[in-house]
Design a protein around this ligand. Structure first.
Ligand code: BTN
Length: 245
């Protein structure tokens, strides 16, 4: 396994993209400390130095076109859930909050930031950045609901074996999506692992409108379809609808 560990870097995603753009499939950059860890929607990612996993994997996925890029997100999220379910108590509490946050019950344990470089309809490379809260017990940023493995399990975890396990599972799941059957299998696993996948739950639109809806499905494009209490359906891209906790 090709893992580069840096004591300090601004962001492992930025480093892989700007310093190692030609690295081979499977190259991992892991940081003890990130000075400018990036999250989704322009947010920052909080992680106390040395206590958590903050790393990025460079992927050159075969058999995944630009239109199918959401399959990468599904494969990575499934691999994260599989890893955490094998370690944490009450594993069924680990779930994927659409599109790819990893939750333990109603709290976020891991975030994923995927940055794809496309050439025409081909994915030239995909930089998959993962922050996993491992041994940190206190969180100070304004992230609404963080939790860590240590908080859940009441013990500390060794970071290196955990990183190996996650990378192994991610590479296996990314291998699988190289053909249609594998994509369908990973997508089925992803749907089965979705947080709040049963029953009606509260949602909010960017304009503040609130409503109850049930998850109908996630399309191969990544769009979320919701079933409303009056029987109508609505479809949303990322950032177009939010779960209310
Ligand atoms: C999110 O907002 O949920 C995504 C968080 C992703 C954080 C990880 S930490 C390693 C990698 N480098 C970054 O700058 N961000 C990702």
């Amino acid at each position: 396994m090709n893992i580069i560990t840096l004591p300090e870097v601004d962001s492992t995603n930025t480093y892989l993209r700007s310093t190692l753009p030609d690295a081979p499939h499977g190259t991992v950059v892991s940081a003890v400390s990130q000075t400018a860890g990036r999250g989704q929607r322009g947010n920052s990612w909080e992680a106390s130095p040395g206590l958590n996993l903050t790393f990025s994997i460079l992927l050159r996925p075969l058999g995944v076109s630009a239109l199918q890029q959401y399959a990468i997100s599904e494969a990575v999220a499934v691999a994260m859930v599989e890893t955490l379910r094998a370690i944490l108590p009450m594993p069924e509490r680990v779930a994927i909050k659409w599109p790819n946050d990893i939750y333990y019950e109603d709290k976020k344990i891991s975030g994923i930031l995927i940055e794809n470089s496309l050439i025409g309809t081909t994915i030239e490379r995909s930089v998959v950045g993962i922050g996993l809260n491992v041994n940190q017990e206190e969180f100070h940023s304004d992230a609404p609901n963080p939790v860590s493995m240590a908080r859940i399990a009441g013990r500390q975890f060794n970071l290196d074996p955990l990183l190996h396990e996650i990378v192994t599972r991610i590479l296996a799941r990314v291998d699988l999506i190289s053909d249609d059957r594998g994509k369908e299998e990973v997508s089925r696993l992803y749907h089965d692992m979705l947080w709040r996948r049963h029953g009606y739950h509260p949602y909010r639109l960017p304009d503040g409108t609130r409503f109850q809806a049930a998850i109908q499905g996630v399309a191969p494009t990544g769009h979320l379809t919701l079933l409303h209490t009056d029987g109508t359906l609505s479809t949303h891209a990322f950032k177009e609808v939010f779960s209310i906790l």
